[in-house]
Design a protein around this ligand. Sequence first.
Ligand SMILES: [Zn+2]
Length: 363
Amino acid sequence: MIRGSMLILAVALLTDTAIAQQRGAQIDPPSIVEYQPRSTLVVPEHPVPRPRYPVVDFHGHPPRLTSVAAVRQLLLQMDSIGIDVMVQAGGTSGETLRQQLDAIRQAGAEKRFAVFTTLDLRNVGPGSGEQIARQLDADIQAGAAGVGEINKGFGLNHRRTDGSRLRLDDPELDPVWRTAARLGIPVFIHVGDPPEFFEPHDLSNERWLELALFPSRRFNDRSRYPTFDSLMAERDRLFERHPGVKWVLAHLGWHANDLARLGRLFDRHPNLYSEVGAVLYDLGRQPRNARAFFEKYQDRILFGKDSFRPEEYPYYWRVFETEDEYFDYYRDYHAFWKLYGMGLPDTVLRKVYRDNALKLLRR
Ligand SMILES: [Zn+2]
């Protein structure tokens, strides 16, 4: 017994010495930005340059459609990547809205675009709700297809006239949401940012690189910002207050890393929808769980891309349509990991790519 232990110890010492000799001078580890190992994995690859079905991009941020030429230019790009309908999600109001709608009409492209209006939610005070509701009504009569993208400033930065943070469920805005419910239009709302943006920026933070590159995305200063969970609770109270509104939550509500949480929200709010813009990295790291989620909530999920970069769309098609393994994502500061394909069935793909969005946009 003792002799056996001695032998193991001797071998261990020898091995250590051999490793130390081989190692030579120690090398400092590289930074996470420098370390770009190439993958040696050889597996079948199925790039998908065009989607299997014509797509509605519900979270579109193409250039402003200020002229017929601008519309035609965008149509060429849309055709090249398989986008049938582009929602101009960055809303515009009044004259700018009318200008875009006119350009689309003059180009004969009414079936290819939906344009959203925007709500000015800065400096809300007594009477603001009624005033914003009137403007919403007018923009919808002028041809806007919905309220678009209410950005993350609402909930994080927008103030009331008394200087306090404007809460998502502020009753002053009730007339706005009641008007949206009456009109039957979708309200596209982006609340908060990924949960890690609200956490300390330390070396255990999954989004360390992005927070290093973009200081304005750090919402972890508790004297200025609510926690992620309290902001989400405010959002949920807003949905509860206005169950008649067709809410479309941007970015899977920033719950793509916890799909069961989004599932509970879907279960509580039958009028709630969500889109997949800029959270592909979370779906692509849990392909089996994500596929089960998409199958269960196939009537509630919409395709959306967010930033308009035509070369990035095929990453989405590949994740949704194939069962490819361990392939690159397009933006290193979103995710340092690789993606896997979900292999969605055709029936689900058609709804997510197109049918669910068209139902919401049809009036
Ligand atoms: Zn957006």
